[in-house]
Design a protein around this ligand. Structure first.
Ligand SMILES: Cc1cc2nc3c(=O)[nH]c(=O)nc-3n(C[C@H](O)[C@H](O)[C@H](O)COP(=O)(O)O)c2cc1C
Length: 191
């Protein structure tokens, strides 16, 4: 089983990466393969279509996902939002695969950021994975993040919970049928 973790920061090795790396290490400890993709820098550099194409391929072969973002103005980074908008519009098939959001900020805006990211999962019938606190760390530098003992614990627990959900879904496949997908009703209230 494999989890793909998307880093929505422009920094490949900043605080978001550090948080995602903690989740990845915890997943690996539980026997789950991981891959961290630094998408924020590529989106910032104007590679959005190529990033979405690459990610769509990764999504097909992954069983779970983590989307991480730094807080910019109490919201996810514009790079992550653009990436997720395009990825969902491109029809990437996330249905029934578990996902988690992760955010990092110096001081405030983490929960608002997590709320925005979680809305994509809720639209796509994805079980949302949580931890022992909201999935957040604090810091301006990776060193700060590693000093955030509660944040480190939260990321580690998130990895364990994701592994548990993945293993439960896998074990359940023998006896529990996945729901049939519905032909979606699309209404408009503008007449
Ligand atoms: C444009 C911009 C906006 C930011 N807005 C906030 C904010 O609203 N609240 C906050 O606490 N930190 C804010 N920060 C700080 C970052 O969220 C924080 O340092 C984060 O951990 C950086 O993650 P990174 O190293 O992965 O980029 C902002 C940083 C930037 C560059």
């Amino acid at each position: 089983m494999k989890v793909v973790l998307f880093n929505g920061s422009r920094k490949d090795n900043g605080c978001t990466f550090t948080a995602l790396d903690l989740v990845a290490k915890s997943l690996e400890f539980e026997g789950i393969e991981t891959e961290i993709l630094n998408i924020g820098r590529r989106v910032f550099n104007g590679e959005i279509e190529a990033v979405v194409k690459d990610a769509s391929e990764k999504v097909k072969n992954a069983d779970g996902f983590v989307f991480g973002s730094p807080v910019y103005w109490a919201s996810p980074s514009g790079e992550l939002v653009m990436f997720m908008d395009r990825l969902w519009a491109a029809g990437a098939d996330f249905r029934f695969k578990p996902a988690a959001s992760v955010s990092t900020c110096r001081r405030a805006g983490n929960t608002a950021t997590l709320d925005v990211i979680n809305k994509y999962f809720a639209y796509s019938a994805m079980p949302i994975v949580t931890s022992c606190y909201w999935n957040e760390v604090h810091g301006k530098t990776p060193e700060d993040v590693l000093k955030d003992e509660e944040g480190v614990q939260t990321m580690t627990m998130l990895g364990k919970n994701m592994a548990w959900i993945l293993k439960s879904i896998e074990a359940g496949k023998k006896t529990v049928k996945q729901p049939e997908w519905v032909e979606k009703v699309m209404t408009s209230f503008i007449r």
